[in-house]
Design a protein around this ligand. Structure first.
Ligand code: PLP
Length: 265
């Protein structure tokens, strides 16, 4: 019996040699969901669990040269976009999406590392809003990212919804604003984490239990990659978002069972 071909997903993202975030996290996630990974590097970063120490960025031309031969082989069923550090790279990706038959991407707007290192230049953020957001199938900002993109200060569920609706008005077909950072306000006892999923105005509140664990890196990368993998497998967007969230929750739950030496050095 002939076996059906595995669906293929493409990640366009930064390379984190320590494997906590970026392409290694994306590829691992694709494989978990039974999707064949392909990957193009936007930036070679230098980092470990303590922080980011620098990066050498690709150019729009070198990114294009990585991606075109992969597109030529055909079969890319979903695209995930992560770290895009320069306006040149943002414009290059927008051009690729306009000129080829790549599917509309899941975009994780990676602005900063958890340790505070800027992973995206200011002009690149502006280009993301004007050139790339209108091409997105889904944008997956966390609260600090949603605040930068909208100029809002997000303190509660109402502002999460407002941010989601503003980001859609900026052109994204759908947005998942991740509320995890909200529950981590100083002095507050988090009990649950709320995400707002707004798909063309159809708003779903996705609340999950708060899992107490040591910090897990790359959860944003994993979530957007998991959603892209599920889309590649033919699930609809809402099912993909739910499955992606469940996968990340499982990963955090698993981290909570490990001794700290497995997580941090
Ligand atoms: N490095 C790369 C290449 C990333 O894509 C990201 C996040 O998406 C990070 C670092 C930041 O990861 P963390 O928030 O775990 O520091």
């Amino acid at each position: 019996m002939m076996r059906a071909k595995e669906p293929i997903a493409l990640t366009i993202a930064g390379f984190d040699p320590s494997g906590g975030a970026g392409i290694i996290a994306d590829v691992t996630t694709f494989v978990h969901f039974g999707v064949r990974p392909t990957a193009a590097i936007t930036s070679l970063t230098f980092q470990n669990f303590e922080g980011v120490f620098g990066a050498i960025h690709e150019t729009a031309d070198s990114l294009r040269a990585q991606i075109l031969p992969v597109i030529e082989e055909g079969g890319i069923a979903a695209v995930k976009i992560g770290m895009l550090p320069t306006a040149d790279l943002v414009a290059g990706v927008a051009r690729l999406l306009a000129e080829t038959d790549l599917p509309a991407p899941v975009i994780d707007p990676v602005l900063q590392s958890s340790s505070g290192y800027e992973l995206m230049e200011k002009e690149a953020v502006e280009a993301l809003v004007t050139e790339l957001m209108p091409l997105a199938r889904l944008l997956t900002p966390n609260i600090p990212e949603a605040e930068t993109l909208t100029g809002l200060r997000i303190n509660g569920d109402a502002e999460l919804r407002e941010a989601a609706s503003m980001i859609r008005a900026m052109g994204a077909q759908a947005v998942l604003v991740k509320g995890g950072h909200l529950a981590r306000e100083p002095g507050e006892e988090p009990r649950y984490a709320v995400d707002i999923f707004d798909a063309e105005g159809d708003v779903t509140v996705l609340s999950g239990e708060w899992i107490d664990s040591p910090p897990v890196r790359g959860t944003g990368c994993m979530l957007s990659a998991a959603i892209a993998a599920c889309l590649a497998r033919g699930m609809n967007l809402k099912e993909s978002v739910r499955a992606g969230k469940e996968f990340v929750s499982e990963t955090i739950r698993h981290a909570a069972t490990l001794t700290p030496t497995h997580i941090e050095t």
